[in-house]
Design a binder for this molecule. Structure first.
Ligand code: SF4
Length: 336
């Protein structure tokens, strides 16, 4: 729902300001499906405002994984493009929505299915938030609610920073969705100005870095962004974020056989953190074979993990969700 547009319309119609709050409450909190559910308004007023879309996205598919621990949604934008979001249902009752911030992605990471799509356009804040509102409607039918949001779907959030930050404002505002800032994470492939702005403007939001390599030479082979924002500059920005916010940073690391998974590279990775070790958390991800790489063997991932543990680095394996519905990391490619 585009609140600014609706506000203008209500002003034209000389309506009191509480009308906007009624509409916002109905959309964000009651999770109503459409204008017809806004029964505190007269039929005429609803009809006069209907040129503002209630939901800017239309859900075209919802694919549950077999167990069913994750659901992948496909949405159509008003200009006919397809985006995807995933909800991951955890055993402890948390429900994490992974949202897209762009249609496609320009960054071209070699291990990522979304990266093969190229970029079509940025999503608006309303389109970003509508993914979460529509997922919340789905969860409501299962007696669940959205507890966490991660910007890890299609796109690089810091290539669309203004709209992503507007979406975060709407998600955290008590008058809108009302989610706690600490329940939101933004994941970037390493866009340094975005990291700097996050530290300044949203120090409560969690930062995740798609690192995937312990050094510049390996990183630039698999992630073209490393040429624009070289490794040293990126690490400086991350350390400065840690110093300013005192918040833990999650480092995503996809395990690619023979590329970034040697035990020497595990030592190199550990060396990066030094005095910031207590604020670093490494998440090792099993590669879902979508392209030219091979996934590291299970035993090898364990050995890599053990090196990090021995060096005092907090490290986990990402619980893999929804592999069979192409909803795992790096698999959102608009295929449903
Ligand atoms: S990993 Fe992220 S930044 Fe890289 S191509 Fe995929 S969606 Fe884009």
């Amino acid at each position: 729902m585009d609140l600014q547009r609706l506000k203008r319309r209500l002003q034209e119609l000389k309506q009191p300001s509480y009308r906007l709050q009624q509409a916002a409450r109905s959309y964000y909190q009651d999770l109503a499906n459409g204008w017809e559910d806004l029964t505190t308004w007269s039929k005429d007023l609803r009809a006069a405002c209907q040129d503002s879309a209630w939901s800017p996205l239309t859900q075209i598919a919802a694919l549950e994984s077999r167990d069913p621990e994750s659901v992948k949604f496909a949405f159509k934008t008003q200009d006919g493009l397809t985006i995807e979001s995933v909800v991951m249902r955890h055993d402890d009752g948390r429900n994490t929505v992974c949202v897209s911030s762009q249609v496609g992605c320009a960054m071209g990471c070699a291990f990522c299915a979304t990266g093969t799509l190229g970029i079509k356009r940025n999503l608006t804040a309303e389109e970003i938030v509508d993914q979460i509102v529509q997922t919340a409607r789905y969860l409501k039918t299962k007696d669940g609610r959205v507890t966490n949001v991660v910007f890890m779907g299609m796109g690089e959030p810091f290539n669309n920073t203004d709209e992503v930050f507007k979406a975060i404002d709407l998600l955290t505002s008590p008058e809108a969705f009302g989610l706690g800032a600490r329940h939101i994470s933004v994941s970037t492939c390493g866009i340094v100005p975005g990291i700097e702005r996050l530290a300044k403007e949203f120090p409560q939001i969690n930062l995740a870095i798609s690192l995937h390599a312990p050094s510049q030479d390996v990183r630039e082979k698999i992630m073209p962004v490393a040429k624009a924002y070289p490794f040293d500059r990126l690490m400086r920005a991350i350390r400065s974020y840690m110093d300013k916010t005192h918040r833990k940073v999650m480092f995503e690391y996809v395990m690619l056989e023979g590329v970034n998974d040697s035990l020497e590279q595990a030592e190199e990775l550990a060396d990066l953190f030094n005095e910031h070790r207590h604020l670093a958390h490494v998440n090792l991800i099993k590669y879902h074979e979508t392209g030219k790489f091979k996934a590291s063997a299970e035993a090898h991932i364990k050995a890599f993990q053990n090196v990090l543990k021995r060096r005092g680095i907090s490290v986990t394996r990402r619980v893999s969700f929804g592999e069979e519905i192409d909803a795992a990391c790096g698999q959102l490619a608009g295929k449903i």
